[in-house]
Design a protein around this ligand. Structure first.
Ligand SMILES: NC(=O)c1ccc[n+]([C@@H]2O[C@H](COP(=O)([O-])OP(=O)(O)OC[C@H]3O[C@@H](n4cnc5c(N)ncnc54)[C@H](OP(=O)(O)O)[C@@H]3O)[C@@H](O)[C@H]2O)c1
Length: 254
């Protein structure tokens, strides 16, 4: 967490009461991010496709274990679907009147060498990791622009910068999303909206389920490491922006 104890330290941004939309909030990194914002007193809008797991997370995060729209709202959403993303933002605005922070975290990985990789899988990976970031930003931005402030955090991957074999679609999508992040930052910085790319190395989450050749789970980051990073970027004093942050396991790329 950001500490501002030294003399003349600029004030950190308080998250209490802020409205935060987190995509991919039903498991892994997104669930940890949602939990960290809820603990900081934010109102959190959870998005993922699977209603049951999403509602379970909403209940876990709500005070008393019962889903409570005063603080947590679960909106089953496929972030690759334009109508679904519009409904997500509409529900957030109907319930909380504004969106202060958008965390684009939902993503999926399909792996295999280009020569064997199915065109449908290519589309799924590109739509989930790249198009979804554009869609969610497009529909969340009007509220931020109207209020003259906001923050967008895009959870990407070190794969945006490093070429991993058998990962063409994933690397291309994350690299594209990094370029999109930079363009977005340039477009909205004059309107007091901060845009940050967070690039984690491997994190121990259900993402790795079904991937036989995976790094050692014990050496990976925990989802909470990434969640703490995201929350502390959002708490950073106004008057500065962290444009990009790489978070790696201590042993580097595993
Ligand atoms: N784990 C790692 O090692 C690692 C490293 C670097 C970056 N990342 C990135 O971090 C992000 C989160 O990964 P994770 O490890 O937490 O993955 P995860 O455990 O598999 O969770 C992915 C989340 O995204 C949701 N999701 C997937 N497709 C979606 C869609 N079309 N619409 C809405 N929600 C969707 C999933 O819920 P539903 O299936 O119910 O929709 C789930 O909540 C991803 O962008 C991933 O690329 C992961």
């Amino acid at each position: 967490m950001v500490s501002s104890s030294h003399p003349n330290a600029p004030e950190i941004v308080k998250l209490d009461g802020k409205v935060v939309v987190v995509t991919g909030a039903s498991k892994g990194i997104g669930k940890a991010i949602a939990s960290a914002f809820a603990a900081a007193g934010a109102k959190v809008v959870l998005a993922a496709r699977t209603r049951e797991t999403l509602e379970q997370v909403a209940a876990e995060l709500s005070v008393g274990g019962v889903s409570n729209p005063d603080s947590i709202l679960a909106v089953p959403t496929d972030v690759t679907d334009v109508d679904a993303v519009q409904r997500l933002i509409e529900q957030a605005l109907d319930t909380y009147q504004r969106v202060d922070i958008l965390v684009n975290n939902a993503g999926i990985g399909y792996f295999g060498p280009v020569v064997d990789f199915a065109p449908d899988d290519w589309d799924t990976v590109l739509n989930s990791n790249l198009k979804a970031v554009y869609l969610c930003a497009k529909y969340a931005l009007p509220s931020m622009l109207a209020h003259g402030s906001g923050q967008i955090i895009n959870v990407l991957s070190i794969a945006a910068k490093v070429a991993f074999e058998a990962s063409a679609a994933y690397c291309a999508a994350k690299a594209g999303a990094l370029a999109l992040t930079k363009v977005l930052a340039a477009e909205v910085r004059q309107q007091n909206i901060r845009v940050t790319a967070v690039l984690p190395g491997s994190v121990h989450t259900p993402f790795w389920d079904g991937i036989p050749a995976h790094p050692d789970f014990e050496q990976m980051l925990k989802p909470e490491h990434v969640a703490d990073t995201v929350v502390s970027v959002c708490q950073q004093p106004l008057g500065m922006v962290t444009e990009e942050i790489v978070v790696m396991p201590p042993l580097g790329i595993l």
